[in-house]
Design a protein around this ligand. Sequence first.
Ligand code: C2E
Ligand code: MG
Ligand code: MG
Ligand code: MG
Length: 277
Amino acid sequence: QAKVAGKNCYRFYSRAMDQAVERRVRLEQELRGAWERGELSLVYQPVFRLSDSRIVGAEALLRWQHPEMGMVAPSVFIDVAEQSGLIEAIGPRVLRAACAAAARWSIGSDPLDQLFVSVNVSPRQLRSGDLPEMVAECLRETGLAASRLHLELTETAVISDEAHASALLATLHRSGVKVWLDDFGTGFSGLSHLRRVPVDGVKIDRSFIADMLRDPDDLALTTAIIAMAHSLGITVVAEGVEKEGQFNILRERGCDLAQGYWLGYPVTAAEFAQLVT
Ligand code: C2E
Ligand code: MG
Ligand code: MG
Ligand code: MG
């Protein structure tokens, strides 16, 4: 009896796994050329300064609208792009498009000239080595000031190869680009790395923000990250602010910047330009 069940179980598993593999292969095939076909686009989520509730920049987020599959979540296709190497073609295009969009936001008055755009950089792009040149080229081509570009690297990507990442980050730094650690707090790397890796900011992962009103541990951790980062002169960004209560507590604790659905959803470049003019 148990043997039969075991066998069925095995068959079931292998079919489920085949389907998962098939889906990945399909996604990879479809993702190839998706940019050229115009299926990939960027949306911009406003980032607010807590002290005066003003928009100070935006995070560029990639969207994939497939003609049959519909919207594919970035958590799914970014992973496929990363594993397959397609990210090496997509990443530079994202960067160029984001820089070009941000360069256009500065037509207006003074404060708008300061708006930043932050772009997510995947671990593979970080390892590839030509990131600093690619960044410099994008800035040159679009005329965007280096100080207005922020790169978001995940804590885990940076920590897993600290020596290489440190050197790369130092190079980027010298060019004037700012570097933020994304999903901060999830990598269990502790705050000590912040002293060794030259970063300008940390983005507290939204899982901590989500529970901070209920879970005293998450609130304590968030408060500790803010204090530690500030003692090192590092900017703190909270992501995933969905409630007014979270916003208020973060402001009270001295968090610098925040983004989230309560403050603003990701919107097209044109809609974002409207928001800030
Ligand atoms: P991330 O960099 O941590 O981006 C923040 C994610 O949280 C975005 O999801 C955003 O839409 C979502 N978000 C913002 N506010 C809220 C909120 O209040 N509540 C909730 N529940 N979610 C919120 P999205 O756009 O689905 O992106 C997911 C991840 O995909 C990103 O996480 C990033 O790691 C990756 N990604 C997106 N675009 C790019 C890209 O152009 N390049 C690379 N390498 N990765 C990207
Ligand atoms: Mg990000
Ligand atoms: Mg994040
Ligand atoms: Mg996250």
